[in-house]
Design a protein around this ligand. Structure first.
Ligand code: SF4
Length: 269
């Protein structure tokens, strides 16, 4: 069969596209009987260009995409939105505002940009019904203060930190991720989720220390009782993974300080 590439489901290369007719179809949820929510996008794209992210190349600039009323199911009051940067789009914000009081519970499962939370958007977010969490991303240290500020604005509208869920990118600079964890865990009850950087097309694969950090230190919730340096020493990770520890230390700007010095400076406040 002649394969034009137009009728394949997107996801593997930046060139694959579905036709507008297929894109406009309402999903057949009956083939996923265990799925009890509607899923879709209100906006597509993102105005930013983060080094690690494929969204700008795949989806282009931020723009309006669908009215939330076109996405919901008749048999469910839940809507999961996969928008990548909804707060950067006035249409997206207005759509969220129009959901207040609708009875639908939502999840924005990609994590919002806390730098875009204002008093107005905090009021809107606080007025929405959430399936469980209000999610933000904290991929770099510059976003820490924004998340603390967003949490404070949300608190003014009655949202407690335990309602917040933060995604953390973990590059080979694990000490940087450890620093973000230490700052963010000051928000009592906040949930953290770490994702090691992976981009196989550009040869970026996580090493065992990045995985240990994400899967055991963060996902295993060890961060609640110790910092990364304490965990690192308690599990003797330098001895267990000497090659990866060396690779990690080389990637640090101040490698002469050694893993302990750098991690100590950043991870222990
Ligand atoms: S802000 Fe988010 S969606 Fe936009 S480029 Fe950065 S990581 Fe990707």
């Amino acid at each position: 069969m002649h394969d034009t590439g137009r009728d394949r489901i997107p996801g593997h290369t930046n060139k694959q596209r579905v036709t507008p007719e297929i894109d406009a179809m309402f999903p057949d949820y009956s083939i996923y009987p265990e799925c009890d929510y509607a899923i879709g996008y209100i906006t597509r794209g993102c105005p930013n260009n983060c080094r690690w992210c494929v969204v700008p190349r795949k989806e282009g600039q931020i723009r309006a995409y669908r009215d939330w009323k076109e996405l919901v199911r008749q048999d469910s009051k839940k809507l999961v939105l996969m928008d990548n940067n909804i707060l950067s789009c006035e249409f997206g914000i207005a759509q969220l505002e129009s959901m207040i009081g609708s009875g639908y519970a939502i999840d924005l499962n990609q994590g919002m940009d806390a730098r875009l939370v204002t008093d107005r958007t905090a009021r809107i977010l606080a007025g929405l019904k959430w399936i469980r969490f209000i999610r933000f991303s904290c991929d770099q240290t510059a976003q820490i203060e924004a998340i603390l500020h967003a949490a404070a604005l949300l608190a003014e509208y009655g949202v407690k930190p335990y309602r917040l869920f933060i995604y953390l990118l973990v590059t080979k600079d694990i000490a940087n991720a450890a620093f973000r964890v230490e700052r963010l865990k000051q928000l009592k009850g906040i949930s953290l989720y770490a994702q090691p950087e992976r981009n196989e097309r550009e040869g970026i694969v996580p090493n065992v220390l990045q995985k240990e950090f994400a899967q055991r230190f963060v996902y295993g919730r060890c961060y609640l009782k110790e910092n990364w340096l304490e965990y690192y020493k308690r599990h003797d990770l330098k001895k267990r993974y000497p090659l990866e520890a060396e690779e990690t230390e080389k990637a640090l700007p101040h490698s002469s300080a050694g893993t302990e010095g750098r991690m100590g400076n950043q991870a222990v406040l």
